[in-house]
Design a binder for this molecule. Structure first.
Ligand code: GDP
Length: 211
């Protein structure tokens, strides 16, 4: 997959993610958002999809994003500053937690929607999908929300190492075929493993391409 990205972009992405990163704040209410004065990307996905692991692996930090001991616990947007003010990385609360109540789901939707609609600097949402579980109904419901908010989302498959090599090949293509008609879907699907570092250079290059 790396042939899609030039050596130069891969290197820019590597440097961007190796630069200093700082936790800025947790936001539970839209009125607390930091001033939208720089490009912003965010990461979303079902609870337990491997979002914390991926953010930590991308930025090469052990405990930047809290590994979720209790899935669905975080109900806030977590803001990180990348490369000394170049970019905000936002960690959205996980969705689809099996024991989530209707109220919690409604809260997630309200917070996410108002965030998406009120953030002109948001360049892209990386929507994480567990390679072994595939695209679930909840994921499709979230994509419906994102399509209606018209914010471009890119699917990032996680935990690729859990699949056999024969299953790995072609999975991104299958997901692409299934979702490509969606209006706000970005037509490149990335496949990653935080554990083995697969696909991380490509994801970094993708982030760098948004600056
Ligand atoms: P989050 O709830 O989306 O933040 O998910 P976590 O990052 O906490 O990961 C959920 C579980 O998946 C943990 O047990 C991780 O160790 C595991 N996990 C995360 N990424 C990978 C990966 O790339 N490969 C494998 N095999 N397991 C992973």
């Amino acid at each position: 997959m790396s042939e899609q990205y030039s050596e130069e972009l891969l290197e820019t992405g590597r440097l961007l993610c190796a630069a200093p990163v700082e936790f800025v704040m947790s936001v539970a209410d839209m009125r607390q958002l930091p001033v939208a004065d720089r490009p912003e990307i965010c990461f979303a996905g079902r609870s337990n999809v491997g979002k914390s692991s991926l953010i930590n692996a991308l930025l090469n930090r052990k405990k930047l994003a809290k590994a979720s001991a209790e899935p669905g616990r975080t109900r806030q947007l977590n803001y990180f500053d990348l490369a000394e003010g170049q970019l905000y990385l936002v960690d959205l609360p996980g969705y689809g937690y099996a024991r989530a109540s209707k109220t919690e789901i409604a809260q997630w939707t309200r917070l996410t929607l108002s965030y998406l609609q009120g953030r002109p600097t948001l360049k892209r949402i990386f929507l994480l999908i567990d390679s072994r579980r595939g695209v679930k109904e909840t994921d499709e419901e979230v994509m419906d929300i994102l399509d209606s908010a018209a914010v471009v989302y890119q699917v990032v498959l996680t935990k690729l190492d859990k699949l056999k090599k024969s299953e790995q090949d072609g999975l991104a293509e299958q997901v692409l075929t299934r979702l490509k008609k969606r209006p706000a879907f970005h037509p490149v699907v990335l496949a990653t493993s935080s554990m083995e570092g697969l696909g991380l250079p490509e994801l970094k290059a993708e982030i760098a391409s948004l600056l």
